[in-house]
Design a protein around this ligand. Structure first.
Ligand code: ATR
Length: 270
């Protein structure tokens, strides 16, 4: 019998996860199906119960449910324990929900393995302090940066995250206006401003000749953040396609016990 998986989010129509997991299934010969479920926040608990009853063996979780599912899960494992945000759920035989998070591992893997970007001893800046930042911060700190700075429009949210993750490594917080007037080695956009076609007023001084810019968002054309980076003479800029495929491969590994090859899938998606 075909094993059922899926992704829950709101909205979800834009999700590439079904196509990515179908390509993984074809590549590995695993007999799975993967569907997208549009679930508004007010229906989350009820719909999750329905999916479990229907026999789903696991699901990915995307915006805006990652923190809510972390609270609902029966147990948190892996990076979800630290991040307190879930992007991968495994349903056990007794119907309990085990929450994990592969976003940070996916990002670090794309940066290191696919893009050959060094993280150890580097000055890393994360723009934004929402759910996306929560998901990636533990993995970034584990990668051993010299300093991780979280900057946000509402600095109190950045400060709360910096405080929460302080035991994992050197992390500090500030407002965009208070960013040091010096280039960072790596600047990661984790705001959702680009989804509304906006670019917040980041100071151009954060970009130097060797700065790498990485947008967690991805699009078929240039994202607003990468357009901003180009306008500020950034020479190394990447969209989040690689992270998308790498986090999916980590979820597939959790569910099926084997990690698909990501390079051919990334090539096909682009
Ligand atoms: P996600 O799960 O995608 O991170 P979120 O938790 O709603 O979503 O967080 C969105 C992030 O993008 C926040 O850091 C938000 O800044 P605030 O915390 O100050 O609200 C940021 N963001 C969204 N739109 C923005 C804009 N136009 N300018 C600056 N920051 C923006």
């Amino acid at each position: 019998m075909t094993d059922r998986y899926g992704v829950i989010g709101h909205p979800i129509a834009h999700s590439r996860s079904p196509i990515i997991h179908m390509l993984f299934a074809r590549q590995t010969g695993e007999d799975i199906s993967y569907e997208a479920f549009d679930i508004p926040p007010e229906a989350l608990e009820r719909e999750l119960r329905r999916l479990v009853k229907e026999g789903l063996l696991g699901f990915n979780v995307t915006v805006p449910h990652k923190q809510a599912v972390a609270e609902m899960a029966d147990s948190l494992v892996g990076q979800a324990k630290r991040a307190r945000a879930v992007n991968t759920v495994t349903v056990t035989t007794d119907g309990s929900l085990v929450g994990d998070n592969t976003d940070g591992i996916g990002l670090v893997r794309d940066l290191r393995a696919n893009l050959d970007i060094r993280l150890e001893d580097q000055l890393i800046l994360v723009l934004g302090a929402g759910g996306a930042t929560r998901g990636i911060t533990p993995a970034l700190l584990e990668a051993g940066p010299a300093q991780l700075t979280i900057a946000n429009r509402r600095p109190e949210r950045a400060e709360a995250l910096a405080e929460e993750f302080a035991s994992l490594g050197p992390v500090q917080a500030c407002a965009f206006d208070d960013l040091p007037r010096q280039p960072f080695d790596l600047v990661i956009n984790a705001t959702s401003a680009g989804l509304h076609g906006e670019t917040p007023p980041f100071p151009g001084s954060i970009i130097g000749p060797e700065t790498v810019c990485y947008d967690l968002s991805y699009a078929m054309t240039e994202t607003p953040f990468l357009a901003w980076a180009r306008e500020h003479d950034c020479r190394h800029a990447h969209q989040g396609w690689g992270m998308l495929v790498e986090q999916a491969a980590e979820s597939f590994l959790i569910w099926r016990g084997r990690r698909p090859e990501t390079a051919p899938v990334l090539k096909q998606l682009r």
